[in-house]
Design a protein around this ligand. Structure first.
Ligand code: NAD
Length: 287
């Protein structure tokens, strides 16, 4: 398949990543269908996409007429069958292995044999998702960064059986989105999260041990190492459930104690303090 053959893109999951991926694909000119099992997520996604596009106009990164054009190419749907005609499906459902395996089994049966499958997973094995889909050579990782419309990087992750022409196609897609690709092998956490998660987890350990307040921990890394955002604020942006899930995958897959999730992180998730998306994490946020 060549990039010109991609006319319709399906996105699974209308959360913060799925709606961002859908937005940039639609802005790039593709028709996009976004499927989610949760009606509230679909409604929020439509609202937040409009707001995000308006911010793009405000910042001068989008022309005003691109807003309606982009929205005109985007559809939000509770029916998975809508993805049957997609040429490329990008999955951005929660970071949960059994849920993703189940989704790719269903998509493998539903979609055309030539359709390409990608997962936005932060840490789960692309090879295992490819096997579940029944088309491992046409499966790869397309790992966008948060917030998708702003962040330039997309990690392209090669599963054990991903075909060379599918990797080449993914490079073209990322280029067409105006983003920067880094290609890596299918290893736990790929590149970004293998490096980022130990730092975030260590910041949470520092907080748990009372070394400093959240503001001081974040200031140490912004003013001290020129990170644009401190690790605790970034964890709130990512979602503490997602941070925990990634640390658990890294810990389980490598067996390395350095990835063991901090008990305080687990406690926050058990309390439902998931960061920005629930209004409360290491900091509080207004809706
Ligand atoms: P999120 O919780 O914001 O959104 C997940 C969405 O998936 C929700 O709207 C939920 O209703 C929907 N969903 C649940 N089960 C579903 C199903 N069976 N079918 C379809 N939709 C379903 O999560 P997110 O932050 O958007 O993360 C999504 C994926 O992207 C995860 O794999 C995560 O690891 C990855 N990711 C997250 C970030 C980040 O910073 N949050 C960055 C890169 C990658």
């Amino acid at each position: 398949m060549r990039i010109a053959d991609i006319k319709r893109i399906g996105v699974v999951g209308a959360g913060q990543m799925g709606r961002g991926i859908a937005q940039v694909c639609s802005t790039a000119g593709w028709d996009v269908e976004v499927f989610d099992v949760d009606d509230a997520s679909l409604r929020t996604a439509a609202k937040k996409t409009r707001e995000s596009l308006a911010r793009g106009v405000g910042k001068g990164t989008l022309m005003p007429q691109q807003v309606e054009e982009t929205l005109g190419r985007l559809r939000f749907t509770p029916k998975v069958e809508t993805l049957a005609e997609a040429h490329l499906v990008i999955e951005a459902a929660p970071e949960n292995l059994s849920l993703k395996l189940d989704l790719f089994r269903r998509l493998g049966q539903l979609c055309k044999p030539e359709a390409v499958f990608a997962s936005n997973t932060s840490s789960i094995s692309i090879t295992s998702l490819g096997a579940a889909s029944g088309r491992p050579s046409r499966m790869l990782g397309l790992h966008f960064m948060n917030p998708v419309p702003v962040m330039p990087l997309v990690e392209i992750v090669r599963g054990l059986e991903t075909a060379d022409d599918i990797v080449a196609l993914a490079i073209e897609v990322v280029k067409h989105l105006g983003k920067t690709a880094v290609i890596c092998k299918d290893a736990p956490g790929f590149l970004v999260n293998r490096i980022l998660m130990p730092m975030i987890n260590e910041a949470i350990f520092a907080l748990q041990e009372g070394v400093a307040a959240p503001e001081s921990i974040d200031l140490a890394m912004t003013a001290g190492t020129r990170h644009p955002e401190g690790p605790l604020a970034l964890a709130d942006r990512i979602g503490l459930d997602t941070v925990l899930a990634i640390c658990e995958v890294l810990h389980r897959e490598t067996g390395d104690q350095k990835f063991r999730p901090c008990p305080l992180l687990r406690q926050y998730v058990e309390a439902g303090w998931l960061g920005r998306k629930t209004g409360h994490g290491f900091y509080s946020y207004q809706a």
